[in-house]
Structures are given as structure tokens and as C-alpha cells.
Design a protein around this ligand. Sequence first.
Ligand code: GDG
Length: 491
Amino acid sequence: MTTALNRRTRATRNRTVSRPARSERKQGLGSSRTASLVVVANRLPVHRVGVGSNAHWESSAGGLVTAVAPVMKKLPGVWVGWSGNDASIKPFIHDRMRIRPVTLGREEVAKYYDGMSNRTFWPLYHDAIRPPEFQREWWKKYVAVNARFAQAAAAEAARGDIVWVHDYHLQLVPAMLRERRPDLRIGFFLHIPFPPEELFEWLPWREEILKGLLGADVIGFQSPMAAQNFSRLCRHYAEAEGTGTSLRYEGRPIVNRAFPISIDFDWFDIRAKSPAAREGVAELRSRLGAKRKILLAIDRLDYTKGVVRRLQAVEELFERGLAKAEDCVFVQIATPSREAVAEYATLRDEVETIVGRINGKFSQPGRVAVHYFRRNLTREELITYYAAADVMLVTPLRDGMNLVAKEFVACRSDSTGVLVLSQFAGAARELTRALTVNPRDQDHFVEALRTALKMPREEARMRMSMLRSRVKRDDVYAWCDDFLSELRGTK
Ligand code: GDG
């Protein structure tokens, strides 16, 4: 086992090595024998844009893709996933990655994806913030689609390869794959929280899910609490034995522990420091009002992200005169998400009503109190916002990790800016120098915003430089090294 100290020493020793180069070495690129990596995830890391002769594949946004795609580009490997529509597409190469599309029909998308994944598992695993629904028809399609992914992964993997299955859409794949291909090393990583017993027990198919996951050799979670929840449930419902971090099931050892995901720190850092980004920041600041403080939030428009509570806190900030539109602006970037699910349409209406209400009360000519963008931005535009903001609000009601918080930190090379972070984001375990809030406690929330706006420059600098060291050290390459060396058994 590599100790935390060893990991730190290694990170320090390699500081002069650019992250991709270090990762390439560690993954064995360039050596005579490199086992391929087969990534299996609901979505491909690409999507189709344009029509006719202009049609082409572009890299997609989103937590999983952002985290895994940079590593995949350095390894020989395959990404198995759904292309996002019902067209049958042959495997192809994109940006040095082999892409193996899985085709889903309309009914499968409605039941496996919109239903079982997004209306059962997503809310159940996020503290049941919305009531999860349990429908047998959805479950049947979930089983069938998981079997299709397992079959595609089995067809792509050569003997001795390693397969890394991702997320709540594919929890049955590890056991289905093991049944077909016992020669493979199988890893599973859950990007979202894993709930405590009293919630997980609601699931009519709880044993099937636990046994599906137990097909893996390594099961990764975002937090130790999630790993412990899983372990307890496996002892109770699947006759597994063991502790919070290692189990025995059907005679096999299984590692189940926390691997907190991260970002490509250097990628953000370099771009945020570039002359183009600096120019973009100056222009944005002058358009928003050069002397105004900028409060910023960036989320997928999802009820777990706490957008409504956050707007209510901002509204109170203006209401109580703690901020005025002439010297303060709140920018909410909300990326459209899962619009086929009714709860998301309702959320959008609610958010737009509150934004309208705040602007109606507090905006002044030429000084809008809340700028709300419900659209996808380019990563360059995101970096401009991260680098321009004075205060970043990352205040989900529950979140596996939250990469936005880490991206903000990586974009602050001059160590300015204050991060206000929910205690219910996985990131709060690492980013302890942020201002932590309970987003349901409005008094506390408003107070934290006030503190953030008034924080002395020196204190902000000290906090931000500590946050930056942490994210720089524990970046996405360290995450990947950690998971893959555990999976290869080389730890
Ligand atoms: C899940 C878990 C976990 C956002 N808007 C745009 C855009 N983004 C990018 C951000 C960031 C990613 O999407 C969002 O990542 P999060 O971590 O915040 O959230 P989820 O999508 O819910 O991801 C989460 C994550 O998986 C990884 O394990 O952290 O807890 O829920 O990278 O920058 N990117 C672009 N345009 C946008 O408008 N290009």
C-alpha cells in the first residue's frame, strides 16, 4: 500500500515534470507491454454537431468527461458509451481515442436513462432531495441496457486488459462483465454520493445493485462516508465480509474506498494566465461595471446544485442593503440539463421567476443585479468568468465532488478570489480553506456572502494559495494513478 506520505513525496519529487508527461510514464506508455484501458460510461466523450458534409464529432462538457478524457488521451484504449441518439454508429477514432458507440432505442432512453437513472438513482443517491420513483418497467430496461454495455466492453477488451466502469447508470456491468470475462481486472467508480442504509433500503432491487457492483475488483467512491455506507450494506444484504475499505465476496478480495476525483490543474492554470484570458477578463469586468464586485455561480441546472436557495440568499443580500446593484452583480451560469425530466422543467421555471423578481426589485439602469445565462459556454468563456469573479458560490444541497469549485481555484493564479462552498459538496473535505456554508441555513449563508465580499485581501490570498496547493497536488492525474494502480494491484 502506498501511504499518504509516500504519495506526497512522489508528488513533490515530480513537481518539475509536466503532469501529462508524469502520467504517461506512470501508465507505462512507451514500455513494451501496456495493458489497454477500456472505459465504460453512459455517454461517449464526444457528440455529433452540424449536418451533412459539415457533421463532425466534438468533445463534450460534463464532470465525468472533463475528468477522464485527458487521461484517456495518454493511454491506448477504448471508450464504450452511448452516442446520445438512436443511430447505429460504427467504432471510430477521435482525438487519439477509440470510440465504441452503444446504440439505445427511444424506449430504452426513456426507461433506462430518463427513468431508472435520472428519476430513481439520481434523487435516491442525493438524499432524496426529490422523491425517487420506482417502476418495474424502468428496472427491466436498466438490466437489459447494462447487459448491452457489458457485452460491448467484453468484445473490446483483450485478455488481461483493465476495464473501468463509471457511474450510477451502469451499476450492474461489473458482475455482468465478470461472468463473461473472468480474466479482466474490473474497476468501478461512482461519481455521485452513495446513500446511507436508511435511504438505499428503499430500492426494490437493492440486492441486485450491490451484487452488480461487487463484480468489480476495485470500487471507488468520492468520500470515505460513501465507501462505508456501501460496505455496511454489502455485509447486511450480500453476505460480504470485511471493513469500510476492503471486502471479501464469493472468495474474492475487493477494495472499496474513497478516490476523490479532481481536475487537470495545469490545464486551467495555464489558460487562465494567458494574455487572451487576461484580455477577456478585462473586457468582461468593464462590461459588467469595472468597480463592481462579481459573485459567480456555474452549475448544470439541477435541483441538487442548490440554485434556488442560492438565489434566495442573494435576494436577501440585496434586500437587507448588504449589497447594491451599483457595486455588486451576481452572475448565474446554468447549463441546460435533462430537460426531458419534468422536475428539471419545473426547476427552470422556479429559477427564472426568482431571477426576474430580484432584477425587478434591485436592478438599476445599466446595472442588472442578476445576470442569468441558461446555455452552454465554451471552456475558454468559463475560464474568463472564473478568473474575473471576486466570489465563487458553489453551494449544492448534495454533490459527489463538484469540479467547478476546483476549476475556480485553478484559475486564480494571483491567489485572489474567495470560494464559498457547501459542506455537502464532496470537495469540502479537501477545500477546507473555503468559506463553508450549510445552504439550507439562510442566515448563515447570507452572513458568509457578506464575509466573502468584505474579506481582507491578505486573508483571501492566504486561503486561496492553500486551496491552490491542495488542488495542484491532488489533481486528476494523481486521482487516475491512484485508482489504476489499485486496480492493477501495484499499490
Ligand atoms: C458529476 C457529479 C462530480 C459546466 N457548465 C459548462 C461546462 N461545465 C463543466 C464544468 C465542470 C463540469 O461541467 C461539471 O462538473 P460538476 O462536478 O460540477 O458536476 P456534475 O456534472 O454533476 O458531475 C459531481 C463529477 O461528476 C465528477 O466526478 O464532481 O459531484 O455530480 O467541469 O466546467 N463546460 C462547458 N460549458 C458549460 O457551459 N464547456
